[in-house]
Design a protein around this ligand. Sequence first.
Ligand code: HDE
Length: 722
Amino acid sequence: MGQTTRLWAVLAGLFSIVAAHDVANQKVDQLAAALKDTNGQIETTDNGVQVNTSNSLRAGPRGYNLLEDTTVRKKMIHFDRERAPERVVHALGHGAYGTFSSYGDFSNLTTACWLRDGAVSEVFTRFSVVVASVGGSESGRDTHGFATKIYSECGNQDFVGNHLSSFFINDGADFPDLIHAVKYEADKGFPTGGTAHRTAYDFFGQHPEGAFQLMNVLSDLGIPRDVRHISGNGVHTFRFINVEGKSTLFKWFLLPKLGHRSLAYDEVTKIAGKNNNFQRVDLYNNIAAGIYPEWEFAVQLFPDDGSYMWNGYDLLIPTVIVPFEKNPPVKLGKLTLNRNFNNFFAEPESISFAPSNVVDGVSFVPDPLLQWRLMSYDDTATHRHGSPNGFTLPINRPIAPVNNNYRDGYMQPYIFEGNSTSTPNDIGGVQEPGANAALHYTSAGERAGAGPVGRYVAQYDWFGQARLFWNTLDNYAQQHTVDAYRFELGNVGNADVVQRYIDNTLDKIDTCLARRVAYGIGATMPPANTTASRSTMQRRSNSSQAEFPSLYPLGMGLEPNKSNEGLQVALVANDTLGTEAEVQAMMSLLSAQKVSLTLVAPRIGMLKTGVTANASFITTSDVFFDAIFIGSSIISNGTNSAGLDTDPYNFVMEVYGHGKAIGALGTSGSAILNGLGVGGEAGVYSGSAMDVTVGVLDALAGPVRFPQRFTTDDVEAICGAA
Ligand code: HDE
């Protein structure tokens, strides 16, 4: 290669990096152009005439409204149609903007431009829950959606995943049935936000392939603290294609740099009542405070030999997961969420994701669940927007040029020039891309598509996969999962459906699990068969002994030294509890870790101690805090044994009951803790403000919760000796 051409190549390379960077700004500029600022403007009708629309036009001060009051009528007509249909699933959601940065040049794998060296693309990510409708609680136990749209220079690339790695069904044909079964009972209209009911467990009982996923949802993974502490999972296998047409199969993940955190189930139910928007508030406020959550985009790679099998794992069955220990994911890039949206309806509500939105270099496999998704999302978006032109909305518009012969349709925003509306054409219309634009790929002999036409049901050891997860859980995590099954099945209200699920699903996974669930809800316990359960009963201390610890990222000790960024702690204070000096001492340590402190007292404002409370036991609740502190007592008022009045007492004891860290400051600290009967317990600290704050921060970064406080079953009594 000559001197000059090499120089040109380097320049071209440099230019592409510069272009990539600008790509991110291009979307920001495109969105900025769509912003409409009506603040301070004179009110007008929709035809631009300034008018008062706050008072009806009437025949005299006490007369009838006039039909010719077109102003208010138009206002009313628009208002009556402001609600667009909510999503049929994942209706309850929120999101934020950010960037996707590639960690290097991955053109060996794919021609996708968002994985080029130095490529930075703007993104929008929407988080959601599957079952609840708009207005429900985001913290509810459910599968959480994690959908990201990358506005790359070669087109929009959507990754529409969930926070859990598997799914409930293998064939999209069953999806409407799944959703009908988990949503409210048609003849009652309830429950509207969960699966603890008859039709759901009748369905789950018929679909053992979903047993692993359901157990994930019923473990503490199903009740994440917030969306900054969940991972994204593509579930399906996808295909990378590089410029030579080489196909490599992959499963994608978004791994949270902050690690995983969950709530306690009792907290979930209380947060649902006290602030059903807890998760969107957490994301919004953290981004507003400059605390930007990040995830690493990682892929498990599988050679494409045309069989869609890898080491015995069937890559065409979406419910089958490949443990990270077997195929460690490779990190290719980073997602950072760093900008809140301007308008909820125009952005998180109107965005339309579709797994079919891929750029050249990314493609699909013949997975019957994925295949139906390639149809459904575009279809439902057209319904939701009441128009096939939803892709022209600012939030859905790519930065890459869109030129095609889509014409007309409701709310078509463009005035297309010229008369050519077909391709191919020789009259100067839209031209076909060159032959090599077609997405050709070679895989070592595509065999999966071969065989007689028919309706097939995938076969796999469903119960084995669920047992693998059950055996990964430590005994506290198992207890929480047993309690969740008891809550769900205990509310089904149909003994046959319950017993069938226990006998035909849980007993096949683990007899001891089935017996414990049955025991708790008064159902018939399957006969004990200690042989099968011996392994579980022995493996009860912690999950690190498990074969695939990655299956349960909340496992004790799996994510040590987690960042505490964006967590919230409270200091319980009143006119005799808490000093300004200890508040200052705590603040220096807490702000260094970007942990926010709220001072909670019987009233908001300046207390006799000189401390200013910014919340009260009425305006907030202990369930919103990850740990709490009790201010040092400047006098002991002896109002009750612990020296705490009812509200602070309940506040502290509920935190204790949820297994969270508690710190009592100053010399009075240990007396107050002993008074509460929790002195010396794990996760309970007393001493100087500095020492206690360090202790609590280490607890938040380490064990986070102290499950030793929770009651657990007498497993041997229920399941027989180990
Ligand atoms: Fe969805 N799914 N889904 N889904 N899904 C929708 O599209 C569908 C599935 C997921 O924040 C809908 O725009 C079918 C798996 C997320 O806007 C709809 C099947 C996974 C979101 C739809 C599945 C998902 C949706 C409803 C089985 C995890 C929210 C509104 C064949 C990998 C996206 C909409 C957002 C939304 C259909 C299965 C994730 C109806 C037919 C598996 C995160 O099109």
